[in-house]
Design a protein around this ligand. Structure first.
Ligand SMILES: [Zn+2]
Length: 248
């Protein structure tokens, strides 16, 4: 890793978080979120200066800790070098609307984008879907275009409400988390849940949701903090294996 202490910040916790967030991008690539150089994740700056957003012209699989720009909520780049993603207002307006959110992802995974383009309601059909059971996964269909203005950023944040993810019709998805682990798992689980639902819907068989009380119980039971860490560690080991073998 190059010396980027002077480029960004002397705060080791920011550096170490950016290192984790770079790995989160590569994990998402591994799990079906890659789309050329499109897609980006960000981290709310703990010093209140704005957000650390992946720079443009870089695939999810190529992101390293030095590939982030510190951007304020008006779109001014304060630190770092590279292209600013046009969809920065999608991130800034979500941070302004959601004090509970420290990390945001936006991408175009195949199955999620296909599901987003239907009118079907997202549901907790499997354990992955249970992750989103508390507030559901709404759909944003004001435009299928990219979110490049403050106004659209606000509409996107309003449509998302208190949910952990939102489907963007004919476009992709956004997902959030309090921690880097949580935002990564949200991205991975959303794609798996959408793939499962599409498979069910095209199977020709009848299907059903589990009872609500079972879903509520599973949300508490399956996704305890210790389990979240275990899942995050698993995806990191998998990433290490794939990168070591040159298959990613
Ligand atoms: Zn997009």
């Amino acid at each position: 890793m190059q010396d980027f202490d002077s480029l960004y910040s002397n705060d080791q916790s920011v550096l170490s978080t950016l290192h984790q967030l770079a790995r989160a991008h590569r994990i998402l690539e591994m799990e079906g979120h890659g789309d050329m150089s499109l897609g980006h994740m960000s981290y709310r700056d703990p010093e209140g200066r704005g957000m650390w957003l992946k720079r443009g012209n870089l695939g999810l699989d190529e992101v390293q800790a030095e590939d982030f720009l510190l951007v304020d909520f008006e779109g001014n780049v304060l630190e770092g070098k590279g292209i600013l993603h046009l969809e920065w207002p999608l991130h800034s307006e979500l941070y302004l609307a959601r004090p509970d959110v420290n990390f945001i992802g936006h991408s175009h995974p195949f199955y999620t984008t296909a599901f987003a383009t239907t009118t079907a309601e997202f549901g907790p059909y499997t354990n992955e879907g249970v992750w989103f059971a508390k507030d559901g996964v709404p759909r944003f269909d004001l435009t299928s275009n990219i979110i490049t203005s403050i106004e659209l950023g606000k509409e996107h944040a309003t449509a998302m409400g208190s949910s952990l993810a939102i489907l963007l019709s004919n476009h992709g998805c956004s997902f959030v988390g309090e921690t880097v682990q949580d935002v990564t798992l949200a991205g991975v689980f959303l794609e798996r849940a959408c793939k499962f639902h599409l498979t069910l819907a095209t199977s020709g068989y009848d299907y059903r949701l589990p009872p609500q009380e079972e879903t509520d119980f599973k949300l508490e039971e399956i996704y305890r903090p210790k389990a979240r860490n275990n899942f995050w560690n698993y995806y990191n080991r998998r990433l290490d294996r794939l990168e070591k073998s040159g298959r990613l």
